[in-house]
Design a binder for this molecule. Structure first.
Ligand code: ADP
Ligand code: ADP
Length: 231
């Protein structure tokens, strides 16, 4: 993933905010890349630019040689299937079961029913939710909800998984179990993971490299141990 001169400016009545300001980054295939920064640093805007929930004011996001910022609206749906995303508050469909939540992106992608069923079974096993298939989100623990979120994000076999404060609403033990699952997925599926967080211990536990964001810019980047051992 190549991020080139990426900027997002929000203009409100009273001011202009450079949420992302001329950002440049290279993220390798198969790595777990962390983006850390205080609230307001521009992390969420950055991640929303990667999955095109926002259009950039300037710059490019190139995934596997394809400039996704240049894609027309009708091609976006396809490109979004190549990017999975998980959220702090899970964003599950509350009136649907675990199985139905995980099947949802497959339905949207037009996957036939039988294939869908098999794929959902696989995903349920992968994230460790066997036995909870027919539960509703309100009946699940936070960790189980995030497992549903992960399964749903992986349903269409994406190249990239974006994690937006994915463990910030979880207790330390549950956080560890979710991070361990992400490490397994990264290893076994070779999936590239971009993880944004304000928590340094999350970065330390699972990221290979990290970028520190401040005021829309990357102020430091490198191997996790190098970046965090500076005085
Ligand atoms: P972080 O995720 O690091 O907390 P954000 O990307 O949410 O940072 O926000 C970066 C800056 O952009 C903040 O100053 C925020 O107030 C501003 N911002 C984010 N989204 C919008 C928006 N839709 N309209 C106006 N300003 C926004
Ligand atoms: P939060 O801590 O931000 O409320 P949740 O993951 O609990 O995050 O909820 C995400 C969204 O789903 C929120 O808008 C919340 O109001 C809604 N929600 C949470 N629980 C239920 C439920 N049992 N039934 C319907 N909607 C719910």
């Amino acid at each position: 993933i190549t991020i080139k001169n990426l900027s997002k400016i929000y203009r409100t009545k009273s001011n202009t905010i450079n949420a992302v300001n001329d950002l440049n980054l290279e993220i390798e295939k198969g790595e777990i890349f962390g983006v850390i920064g205080y609230s307001g640093a521009g992390k969420s805007t950055f991640i929303r630019l990667i999955n095109r929930l926002e259009d950039p004011t300037e710059g490019q996001v190139i995934i596997d040689g394809e400039d996704i910022t240049a894609l027309k609206k009708n091609k976006l749906r396809l490109s979004r299937q190549e990017i999975g995303m998980i959220f702090q508050h899970f964003n599950l469909l509350w009136s649907r079961t675990v199985r139905e939540n995980i099947a949802f992106p497959l339905e949207i992608a037009g996957v036939p029913k039988q294939t869908r069923r098999e794929r959902v079974d696989e995903l349920i096993k992968l994230v460790g939710l066997t036995g909870r298939e027919n539960a509703y989100p309100s009946e699940l623990s936070g960790g189980q909800k995030q497992r549903v979120g992960i399964a749903r994000a992986l349903a269409n076999d994406p190249k990239v998984l974006l994690c937006d404060e994915a463990t910030s609403a979880l207790d330390p033990e549950t956080t560890d179990s979710i991070l361990k699952l992400l490490i397994d997925i990264n290893k076994n599926l070779g999936l590239t993971i971009i993880l944004i967080t304000h928590e340094m211990h999350v970065i330390r536990k699972i990221c290979h490299r990290v970028a520190v964001m401040e005021a829309g810019q990357v102020v430091e980047q490198g191997e996790v141990l190098d970046v965090f051992s500076h005085p």
